[in-house]
Design a protein around this ligand. Structure first.
Ligand SMILES: [Zn+2]
Length: 336
């Protein structure tokens, strides 16, 4: 009986297993089938998810498309003032000035030197001079790593290029700042290169033209940056004592420590149209004085009206205007 019982038990077990398997198969096939047939239903349930996905995807697709449309192979640049798409080649030929509204785009120091100096006459000075991390500055990233990053991205060693070249008939000492290198900030290298240029010009009796664009003194070098303000001005004072001309050109933006030192002591101070020029930023002044600032505050046009600068000169006219001034200021002297 026991055997029978066992047999029965085993058979029932087998049967049960069998039925269970069948059931499982049935259910799986059922679910499979139901999944297959209910393909429309999931479309009803997932809408939120698929809807979300399509919602999330759509803007991405459209934005990437519009980006592609805006910058097709880097041929066009959108003017921030008039929103016109300007052909890059046209922009380069026009010295980075918008052909529609005459907005002055930022221009690199090398491009600017190229636009002013007679071909193959520019001899660069102190091209290899680099900054030292005197304060062992620590922050989100170290000062040396920041310098390295900017050297790679700009191809410059620091924020100014100095040298002697011919502008028209005049051999001139030329210092041009570049905003793309750490915001054109003045550290010990900028100050030292400018001072050497000025002293060289004094020794050789050459006029000086300094073209500024800067956010001010470089905080990573602390007091050493601030000292450059006095140093450059002292060198310029000796240059002035020698009765030699210094023309300062302010471009967008020229602020803070640079504006408060060598940039504003020129015999003639010129500015590019629309350039932002000042010491502290407008927000800081507004918060400190609690007064409403007048329209156009800290623009070249505003400062021309208030007597701080002598003339606003569009970029394309800069070279002939500089030659005119140099002719005038060096009248009766031998042009280099
Ligand atoms: Zn424009």
């Amino acid at each position: 009986m026991a055997n029978v019982k066992n047999d029965w038990w085993e058979t029932t077990l087998e049967f049960n297993w069998h039925t269970a398997n069948l059931l499982i198969m049935a259910t799986t096939s059922f679910t499979k089938k139901s999944l297959g047939t209910e393909t429309i239903e999931p479309a009803v349930t997932p809408p939120p998810s698929t809807g979300n996905a399509s919602f999330a995807k759509k803007p991405r697709l459209s934005s990437s498309k519009s980006k592609k449309r805006e910058i097709p192979e880097g041929l066009w640049t959108k003017c921030p003032k008039c929103s016109t798409m300007v052909f890059d080649k046209e922009l380069d030929e026009n010295l980075k000035v918008c052909t529609h509204c005459h907005y002055h785009f930022p221009i690199s120091a090398r491009e600017r030197i190229h636009s002013l100096v007679e071909t193959c006459t520019f001899e660069e000075m102190d091209a290899e001079m680099t900054s030292v991390d005197v304060l062992n500055f620590t922050g989100a990233s170290s000062y040396p790593s920041k310098l390295e990053k900017y050297r790679k991205s700009t191809g410059l060693k620091d924020a100014v290029i100095t040298g002697i070249g011919k502008i028209g008939e005049h051999r001139s000492a030329l210092g041009v700042m570049d905003f793309t290198f750490l915001g054109g900030s003045m550290g010990s290298v900028v100050g030292e290169k400018l001072t050497r240029l000025i002293e060289n010009a004094t020794g050789k009796e050459l006029p000086i033209i300094l073209i500024s664009t800067s956010g001010g003194a470089r905080m990573y070098e602390g007091m050493f940056s601030l000292m450059q303000m006095a140093k450059t001005c002292a060198a310029l004072a000796y240059h002035a004592q020698a009765r030699l001309p210094y023309i300062s050109v302010l471009t967008d933006p020229t602020m803070a420590g640079v504006m408060a030192s060598f940039a504003t002591v020129g015999d003639i101070i010129l500015a590019e149209p629309g350039a932002m020029i000042g010491f502290a930023g407008p927000r800081v002044i507004k918060d400190t004085t609690q007064a409403e600032l007048p329209p156009g505050f800290q623009t070249a046009e505003f400062l021309l009206d208030h007597g701080l600068i002598d003339s606003i000169v569009p970029r394309k006219e800069m070279k002939p205007r500089l030659i005119d001034y140099l002719n005038y200021l060096s009248a009766g002297q031998n042009p280099g």
